[in-house]
Ligand binder design. Structure first.
Ligand SMILES: Cc1cc2nc3c(=O)[nH]c(=O)nc-3n(C[C@H](O)[C@H](O)[C@H](O)COP(=O)(O)OP(=O)(O)OC[C@H]3O[C@@H](n4cnc5c(N)ncnc54)[C@H](O)[C@@H]3O)c2cc1C
Length: 344
């Protein structure tokens, strides 16, 4: 059995960031990063980053498919279009490219990165890969997303989830970023239109305990038809998002990113939380007495978002009134910087 100081399960943004910080701090550490897919990166996602992601990492310009300045937010009654010269509100990335860029940083380091390597069992101080190969660890990090095997080993259930439906629609026209708030179709959540190089990602989400996924799917298709989207050549995708946070440190085992339930149950955003938790857990492993302020900040950010979500869920028939009020206020002059701040 091969021995490692640290084993990280899952090479998404959380796992890759964690390994990068660990190896930069101590190049001698023996680290194993395991990814079940044949290559690092691809993930069903709208691929939206905000300024706070850029503040965290020096992301090169060529990774941005679009720098979005113009935002359109719609409610049943109003439409708010905002654009300010020079003010970038969102950045569109391709998840494969982003993952490959993160993985490239590990070249010429001591890290063993294995793809096609699915962790099939977790035990105290050792794991098994592809049902046969065993590796021992001093520290184990679960960065394996929404269905984390490390989280299951810790016996932590995932009760708060979103289901998502998304179409990648071939598109070569204008850069189009939109959010649609309409309780009739999407309950307390929203529909997004997100621009990529040669496609639009158009999708929606809901908590299946609040709204049935079947109903969301029917409503989504009605909405697509009403908004003249041709999905005949589009790629259909669906993937869950976990926002059931129950802690991240369990003796010598850590959870980061969505394995820890750190995504946001309202916006569905999770890349930033994945990157921050990856970095902060790396620092905690290096220094056992490290107290992480950034972790407290993302937990606070998520709590605020979840309070807003709960208000909307409880608002019942008043929900569209709130949505109309929000979009009416956003129509006011100067809202572009408020939208940018809100998203960041
Ligand atoms: C439709 C949709 C749209 C989204 N849009 C956005 C957005 O615009 N902006 C944003 O910030 N967030 C968005 N998110 C959320 C975002 O994709 C996730 O929160 C983020 O990818 C979480 O990162 P992670 O590293 O924790 O997990 P992941 O990115 O899920 O990575 C986990 C990795 O672990 C691997 N793995 C899993 N199990 C095993 C195993 N047993 N052994 C080995 N490897 C394993 C997986 O293959 C995967 O590569 C969206 C999500 C969805 C579903």
């Amino acid at each position: 059995m091969k021995e490692y100081d640290i084993i990280i399960v899952g090479a998404g943004p959380a796992g890759l960031r964690c390994v990068e910080v660990l190896t930069n701090n101590d190049p001698k550490l023996k680290i194993l990063l395991l990814e079940r897919k044949p290559e690092v990166g691809p993930k069903i996602c709208a691929g939206g980053l905000t300024k706070k992601d850029l503040d965290l990492m020096d992301i090169p310009d060529h990774l941005f498919e679009h720098k979005i300045q113009r935002t359109t937010i719609k409610s049943p009654k109003y439409t708010s279009v905002n654009e300010k010269e020079g003010l970038i509100v969102l950045y569109a990335i391709d998840r494969r490219e982003f993952g490959q860029w993160q993985a490239d940083k590990l070249k010429n380091t001591n890290v063993d990165l294995m793809t096609d390597a699915k962790v099939t069992s977790v035990e105290e101080n050792k794991i098994t890969v592809n049902f046969s190969d065993e590796y021992s660890y001093k520290y184990l990090v679960g960065a394996d997303g929404v269905s984390s095997i490390v989280r299951r080993y810790l016996k932590l259930p995932v009760k708060k989830r979103l289901v998502t439906f998304q179409y990648r629609i071939p598109w070569k026209d204008e850069v189009r970023f939109e959010m649609g708030l309409n309780s009739k179709y999407f309950h307390s959540w929203y529909v997004w239109i997100f621009p990529h190089k040669e496609s639009l990602s158009v999708g929606c989400a809901c908590n299946p305990e609040i709204m049935s996924p079947k109903k969301l799917k029917v409503n989504f298709h009605k909405w697509l038809k009403e908004n003249n989207f041709d999905i005949s050549n589009a790629k259909y995708e669906s993937f869950p998002i976990s926002y059931d946070y129950r802690g991240y440190k369990f003796n010598n085992i850590f959870l980061i990113g969505e394995a820890a339930g750190l995504a946001c149950g309202f916006t569905g955003e999770g890349i930033y939380q994945a990157l921050v938790s990856g970095e902060e857990v790396a620092k905690s492993i290096i220094d056992g007495s490290y107290v992480s302020e950034p972790m407290q900040k993302i937990l606070k950010y998520n709590r605020i978002q979840h309070k807003i979500l709960n208000i909307l869920i409880k608002a019942g028939p008043l929900r569209n009134f709130f949505f109309n009020m929000i979009v009416f206020l956003l129509k006011k002059k100067g809202s572009d910087s408020k939208i940018s701040k809100g998203l960041s």
